[in-house]
Ligand binder design. Sequence first.
Ligand SMILES: *Cc1c(COP(=O)(O)O)cnc(C)c1O
Length: 424
Amino acid sequence: MEERYTRTYAEKLDAEDTLRSFRNEFYLENEYVYMDGNSLGLMSKRAEQSVYDLLASWKKHAIDGWTQGENAWYYLSESLGEKMAVLVGAQKEEVVVTGSTTVNLHQLVSTFYKPKGSKTKILADALNFPSDIYALKAQLKLKGYDESHLIQVQSEDGHILDEETIIDAMTEEIALIVLPSVLYRSGQILDMEKLTTAAHERGIKIGFDLCHSIGAVPHQLHDWDVDFAFWCTYKHLNGGPGSVAALYVNEKHFGAVPGLAGWFSSNKEKQFDMEHTLTAAGNAGAFQIGTPHVLSTAPLIGALELFHEAGIEKIREKSLQLTAYMVELIEHELKEFDFEICNPVNEKQRGGHIYLEHPEAARICKALKRKKVIPDFRKPSGIRLAPVALYNSFTDVYECIQTLKNIMEEKAYEQFSNEREVVS
Ligand SMILES: *Cc1c(COP(=O)(O)O)cnc(C)c1O
């Protein structure tokens, strides 16, 4: 057997991996090979500790916890926003930790969608995550428009979007554009800089959903002049189930009136004057609504430390090595089994996960789980495998593909039904 396809080779890659010690920061229970960090990242010891610390600050300070203690709750959304800014290439005041992905999308569209004259439509894509599309349709309805005002750019092969086709759809009628940074299925990275430049040349504001790129891929939102962005923190950022999301608003829009206002939109010095006229914060903080979900923010205090220690550029470098290695193994080991690699293979467009299609995907995923490899299934025939730089090893990738090969050789998937689980 050629050396490249052996476990010894995977172990050699692990020995050379400068990020390998970060694996010890995480709970890898039950000897799983966890390949689902793009749906729910693993718990780190730091995240766990920061939750305990937050609980202790409540116990100790009660109401005074808002302004006292190491992570005073009143300023936590802003201070974590500052820490997250490096991950998206933003100025410190352009990011705040708040809400959820979908609520933040509602907030930003409420703020930046200003239909006028014949410029009334929203441009999106046909491959985005359903929640984004539901929110955009709901926002149109609130403004009195029907769904025909949502223009969804189609994909030729059902996996990949062509930036030129998106740009061609930026017509006079478009008032706002919302696109993903990385497509949740195929993992394609869209060229955000190019799309932003094209949108602005046509006088259109543009925002991105970073759910699948945050923590895996570096961004330069400020330099690219992106108008706004939003993302969740429970995928690659490892904030835990339902951890609080974040948003970015370009500083040129500071002062924009938040579409969904609440008292936490306030300038923090003014907030407790309790006036009935809002004086909004002069930064991204203005796009918060109500009292922050402090307990669900707490894990991020610890989780983000790991990103600062490792560095997002290094994380991306290792992520690319892991996915390239995975593609190589798939091509070599699985060639007789009908898998189709549907993610872009080139580095510029390849996000943090691999996306395979197979007619028996649902039950192949069940068979993988039985063998302690955790993938995720996307209806009707998709398998996503996310080797995560901070906690997965090259040996994990090797194990994952070997297990998949064994399942295919033995047809071990035949003992399961080819239907999805309630949560997949
Ligand atoms: C994960 C994800 C969401 C989830 O939205 P929540 O409000 O956090 O439930 C939305 N959009 C995209 C593109 C996602 O990947």
